[in-house]
Design a binder for this molecule. Structure first.
Ligand code: ZN
Length: 165
């Protein structure tokens, strides 16, 4: 097994932790790092991250934080904003960057799944790649009409019942 790249769950909503991190970096970078860490770790933190702040904070982040913040930034400020946005960020934070189903912690495999397909106002679930694939294929054996998953791809078509010979 490769080493996990994961986030320590005890950091959430811990202002002292955020301050202790910001004190270790050069003074001009502190405001941006504080914003970035609040964006990652505070349930009531900022719901978007200005690009200039991201770029200043990034060198001071751990590998797992860099992965998560790029993943989220694309969805709150970048080109996936219209189909994800604030609700996706809140769902990711609420998951503590773990799969909501199996609690797998490697942030490289996390997906933000549109729970009810790509419809306006749908809630999001934070799922690992395995649980996400299992969910998107759930209709393969029920014969129900599949919805689009968060990758925008349609799951496999349900198999047509075969006529008895
Ligand atoms: Zn999972």
């Amino acid at each position: 097994m490769p080493e996990l790249i994961a986030i320590d769950g005890s950091r959430f909503n811990d202002d002292e932790y955020i301050e202790s991190r910001t004190e270790t970096v050069p003074v001009p970078d502190r405001g941006s790092l504080r914003t970035a860490l609040a964006y990652l770790y505070k349930d009531d933190g900022p719901v978007n991250l200005p690009r200039d702040r991201l770029l200043v904070a990034e060198p001071h982040l751990e590998a797992a934080e860099r992965l998560v913040i790029r993943w989220l930034y694309t969805r709150t400020n970048g080109n996936l904003r219209s189909s994800y946005g604030v609700a996706a960020l809140r769902a990711a934070r609420a998951s503590r960057y773990l799969c909501e189903v199996c609690k797998f912690a490697d942030v490289r495999v996390l997906n933000l799944d549109h729970v009810n397909g790509r419809v306006v106002g749908t809630p999001f679930a934070c799922l690992c790649a395995n649980c996400h694939t299992i969910k998107s294929r759930a209709s393969d054996w029920t014969g129900e009409k599949p919805g689009r998953d968060s990758t925008g791809e349609l799951p496999n078509e349900p198999l047509q019942p075969t006529e008895p010979a």
